[in-house]
Design a protein around this ligand. Structure first.
Ligand code: SF4
Ligand code: SF4
Length: 129
């Protein structure tokens, strides 16, 4: 995790303005890099997320939330920092609650600067092309 943060810092100072044509495809459900730097409570959930999961009776999601920053709740993570909801029977990078994932999960736009920085920092985890 520490080396990944260092890489992100390097990228913020370095080539963030220089997207390369060979960086894609930006397919979130087969990439999942965003979900691999999600240490306990780091991915916060919103009040609207909580309401929606209550309406949907998603006790499986609600019951696994942990304290995050700013008195909010967030997703728990595995020991390696990966969100506990990452991984399906068909794809280890996919989100198992994709249809009802939290608002912050949708905030990083595929192909955006933040997306590209994450993918460069975790290049070794990207699916083979
Ligand atoms: S936003 Fe970018 S880094 Fe995050 S999952 Fe999608 S393609 Fe991967
Ligand atoms: S809920 Fe899904 S999209 Fe959000 S961080 Fe976890 S695995 Fe990623």
């Amino acid at each position: 995790m520490a080396s990944a943060s260092a890489s992100l810092d390097d990228l913020r100072d370095g080539d963030r303005e220089n997207p390369r044509e060979d960086e894609g495809p930006f397919e979130c459900r087969s990439c999942g890099v965003c979900c691999r730097d999600a240490s306990d409570g780091r991915v916060l959930v919103s009040a609207d997320d909580l309401l929606r999961w209550k309406r949907q009776d998603r006790t499986d999601i609600l019951g696994q939330l942990v304290p995050g920053h700013f008195s909010q709740l967030g997703f728990a993570a595995r020991p390696n920092g990966q969100c506990i909801h990452q991984g399906t029977a068909h794809n280890p990078n996919d989100c198992s609650i994709y249809e009802t994932r939290a608002e912050p999960c949708k905030a990083v736009e595929a192909g955006s600067q933040e997306c590209r920085m994450q993918r460069r920092a975790f290049r070794h985890l990207l699916p083979a092309r």
